[in-house]
Design a binder for this molecule. Sequence first.
Ligand SMILES: [Zn+2]
Length: 471
Amino acid sequence: MDEKRTTSQRERLRLLAKFLPGTPAAASAIELLQRMIRVDTTNPPGNEIALARDLEAWVKSRGHSFVKTRIFESEPGRASLIVDIPGNDPGNHPSWGFMSHLDVVPAEGKWAHPPFSGDLVQAEHDSFVWGRGALDIKYLGAANLVAAFTLLDEGFRPRGNIKILLCADEENGGHKGLEWLAGNHLDAVKVDCCLNEGGGFKLPIKDDFVIQVGEKGVFWTRLRIHGKGGHGSMPPDYGTTAIYRAVRILDKLKRYKARLTIGKEYIATISAISLPNSLKGLIKAKGLLRGLLALAERATRLKLRQVVLPLVSNSIAVTNFHSGVKENSISPDAELVLDIRTLPGVGRAEVNEMIREAIGDELYGQVEVEPIANQPCTTSTIDNPYYETIASITGEIYPGANLVPLLSQGSTDSKFYREKGMAAYGFCPTIKDDDLTYDQLLAMAHNVDERISVTNLMLGVDFAYRVMKRV
Ligand SMILES: [Zn+2]
């Protein structure tokens, strides 16, 4: 990306004057984010209760007595905080949720600034708050809270109800956070539309911002493979051992070309993206897609197949391979774990059929297929007033902004909302910082040297502020 283009991108941002870096709101957001990073909520074990209590104290210290806080513990220490801002006409206006999670992944490796320091460090173009969770996703919790209390301090009351949700356990599947809450305290989390992490990134294509409107299904599967065991000094026919069978399965999986499905989600993505129509026509054509991507990869040196093919196919990744415990024993057992991600409408039966197709009838007949997770794909529609609100506010902040709906490969808590029939979108606008490359930015979550720029933090505050003002 050349210098001119990033500069003009930055100039186009229309942060409200009160949210510019250097303002009291920015100081407040930075301070709250630092405070959040300094409470270690590494999951496992999570121990989100310390942070939930600290944030509850922060909310109470802001002195709006009609704002209610509740802490829910799914088990000791695994706490989610819900902040309720009651609307004054909730019967006639939809309620909105502003979701994030309290937990973070472990901070391994060598960091330039310690992962729980929350250090504020000046770079060439901007200041950055450093630490585990800065980007994923404590900044979003801080932004939502600062936006809400800025509005309340101005005397604002929403018409519909607003909930700010700060949940436990997202990094480990959300079972002890939103999944548990939706299952046991649905009324406490119920909203008409929820905004969450997982989208909002400005693409390096014109003025396009990605919005996550769905998540592929997750069907983790263990294949148990059996064969002849024995003493390592007197090996049986090599081909009859479990390890060899597992290797044959691996080889089949490596060669497997998943069937392509041009579904309505993919069509929506391609229709929205700012590419020439002639090119869009080609990349909607199933028969041309693989060849076209290979050509485009050569031209751009980007790993396009890795990004685009999962949008039109169910993917299989082998993530674990175990066999044997002893140097001189041939194990009669082996196991492979597959991480399978699926498109809309695919269930366990279709997943097993795909495994059969990939590894062939003979091998399929020799394995036990054991489901570990059966989580179908979830989506939210894009033809509703919530989506329009998100699009129009993004356009206020970044004139010309264009939303590109995306079915994401990854998984967040939003699926628990969608499963209950509520709309959920992964969206908070984020731009590439002049101090970072795209590669650096993409590599940062769950990695060393996680940090967020004050500009992106304040974009989050500004966006939440504007959405809340319309509730
Ligand atoms: Zn996250």
